[in-house]
Design a protein around this ligand. Structure first.
Ligand code: FAD
Ligand code: NAD
Length: 477
């Protein structure tokens, strides 16, 4: 007889594995179906994020930043270093080691919490049955009172530049995290989050990086004042970012890849050693549910869900990149926790208005809440408080005094509506604003909170003071 679980999760990325652990913590008998085979040929948990996403990219961003800093950023401290040499094999080995430690760690957490890992491809059948096809082709069907689909996303492909990671000339992010030589020239189609992060890695390691972005607005989702500053700083670092360009064709030759593109004035061609295609990701619904289940999709091809992540099929939920909303690991994980708690009869909830975004370039970019352009469009009255890192003592000491913090508060209630940061450790600083927004704080609340001196957080304090024109370390206008 088929085994029955309280919950079966399909997909063991940050959405699915967190949901599975939370279900188990709540006393639900839980299994997680995961099919990933890692670079060593072994089954692995952790999904895109741990295997080929957040973790390996942040590892290489850190390594490449250290290399670049020692080569080019340390003389002003009075430190002269000679003979700096890049060992790319060691850099990649360190990345792989960190990935293995963390993905094996999820296995250990599953064991400790009593989550069963069903290795193979999971497919939802009718009546909440799940078919699991193992790598050797053997098939097992399990029953579940509740099913959570967390099958993630895949890179979007474009006809003009077909990806082949194996060959390694035209690659997606997975391929660009694994180059074994620094390409002399790297073309990037799409100047979004992946393009900028991986473009930065290879730029710091010595590649000439040319980015071809279809739209005219740089980082359209970000606050445009911050985006303009970012564009200026990235160009200064040598990233050749060409907005408003459309790639029309690519051709692989002995000398690399010839990329043909159009901008508003002309048609052009460049030849690059490698080409990264990073034009977005799409929900992964490939063979996830049998047609007779009638699982409903939305107009963008995501699994359709309500505000508690339940699909049109009672007892079947979907979370993470496979559903609407930003494709971010922490968003998926929090959805997993919410669903698990609701299945256990609790009152799980997620505040979609307080999801932080971070781009791990240098300077880092981070934001939460509304942008200024969104508030203007929505006709919400707002006040702005800004503070530049150039007036922050800690940032000066770190030789990282570029960028700013910008706070947006409601003009009448003073409630915080958004925070936008470009500068050192924006990824960490943003969390203060997330917490403040979670507690519906006002800019006055932040302004009256004591911030240690000297810290980068003082810039947050000053930005809050600046909302009401009383910043202490800048000339108020
Ligand atoms: P995934 O992580 O994609 O996991 C889905 C899992 O389901 C996979 O393991 C897959 O093998 C499995 N699966 C799919 N179908 C089946 C099936 N039928 N049966 C069994 N298993 C199945 N986000 C951040 O928040 N911060 C970052 O810094 C960040 N950096 C990124 C860098 C890169 C290069 C990339 C590509 C992404 C990055 N992201 C980042 C996005 C982040 O990786 C995703 O938002 C996150 O992984 C989504 O989690 P998920 O669990 O929904 O899906
Ligand atoms: P993205 O949506 O961030 O950027 C894609 C870019 O490609 C956009 O600027 C878009 O205008 C452009 N584009 C689309 N079609 C194009 C075309 N034909 N030619 C040229 N440009 C084109 O997507 P991404 O960079 O692929 O990343 C996918 C997702 O992964 C992100 O949206 C994000 O959710 C997640 N991610 C997050 C992080 C992070 O949190 N730090 C890092 C990497 C990825």
């Amino acid at each position: 007889m088929a085994k029955t679980y309280d919950v079966v999760v399909i997909g063991g990325g940050p959405a699915g594995y967190v949901a599975a652990i939370r279900c188990a913590q709540l006393g639900l008998e839980t299994a997680c179906v995961e099919q990933w085979i890692n670079f060593k040929g072994d089954p692995a948990l952790g999904g895109t994020c741990l295997n080929v996403g957040c973790i390996p990219s942040k590892t290489l961003l850190e390594s490449s930043e250290q290399y670049h800093h020692i080569k080019a950023g340390i003389e002003s401290h009075g430190i002269h270093v000679e003979g700096v040499r890049l060992d790319l094999d060691q850099m990649m080995a360190r990345k792989e080691d960190i990935v293995l430690q963390l993905t094996n760690g999820i296995g250990a957490l599953f064991k400790a919490n009593g989550v069963a890992w069903l290795q193979g491809h999971g497919k939802l059948l009718v009546d909440r049955q799940v078919e699991v096809t193992a790598q050797d082709g053997s098939v097992e069907v399990v029953n579940a009172d509740h099913v959570i689909i967390a099958t993630g996303s895949k890179p979007i492909e474009i006809g003009a530049a077909p990806v082949d990671n194996h060959e390694g000339l035209i690659v997606d992010s997975t391929g660009a995290l694994d180059f074994r030589e620094v390409p002399k020239t790297l073309g990037v189609i799409g100047a979004g989050v992946i393009g900028l992060e991986l473009g930065s890695v290879w730029n710091r390691l010595g590649s000439k990086v040319i980015m071809l972005e279809a739209v005219e607005d740089f980082l359209a989702l970000a606050d445009q004042q911050i985006a303009r500053d970012a564009l200026r700083q990235f160009k200064k670092q040598g990233l050749d970012i060409r907005l408003g360009t459309r790639v029309t064709a690519t051709q692989k030759t002995e000398n690399g890849v010839v990329v043909s593109f159009k901008d508003k004035d002309s048609e052009q061609e460049i030849t690059v050693d490698k080409l990264l295609v990073s034009v977005g990701r799409r929900p992964n619904i490939d063979n996830v549910a049998a047609p007779e289940t009638d699982l409903l999709l939305d107009e963008r091809g995501c699994i359709h869900i309500d505000d508690k992540c339940e699909t049109n099929l009672p007892g079947v939920y979907a979370i993470g990149d496979v559903v609407r909303g930003p494709m971010l690991a922490h968003k998926g994980s929090e959805e997993g926790i919410m669903v698990a708690e609701n299945i256990a009869g609790q009152h799980g909830h997620l505040n979609y208005d307080a999801i932080p975004w971070v781009i791990y370039t240098n300077p880092e970019i981070a934001w939460v809440g509304k942008t200024e352009q969104a508030l203007r469009t929505e006709g919400v009255p707002y006040k702005i408080g800004t503070f530049p890192f150039s007036a922050n003592g800690r940032a000066k000491a770190m030789e990282a005094a570029t960028g700013m913090i910008k706070l947006l508060a409601h003009a009448e209630t003073d409630t915080l509506l958004g925070c936008h940061i470009i500068g050192p450790f924006a990824s960490e600083l943003i969390q203060e604003a997330v917490l403040a927004m979670e507690f519906h704080a006002s800019s006055e609340d932040l302004a009256r909170t004591i911030h240690a001196h000297p810290t980068l957080y003082e810039a947050m304090h000053e930005a809050a003071l600046s909302v009401h024109g009383r910043a202490l370390h800048k000339i108020n206008t």
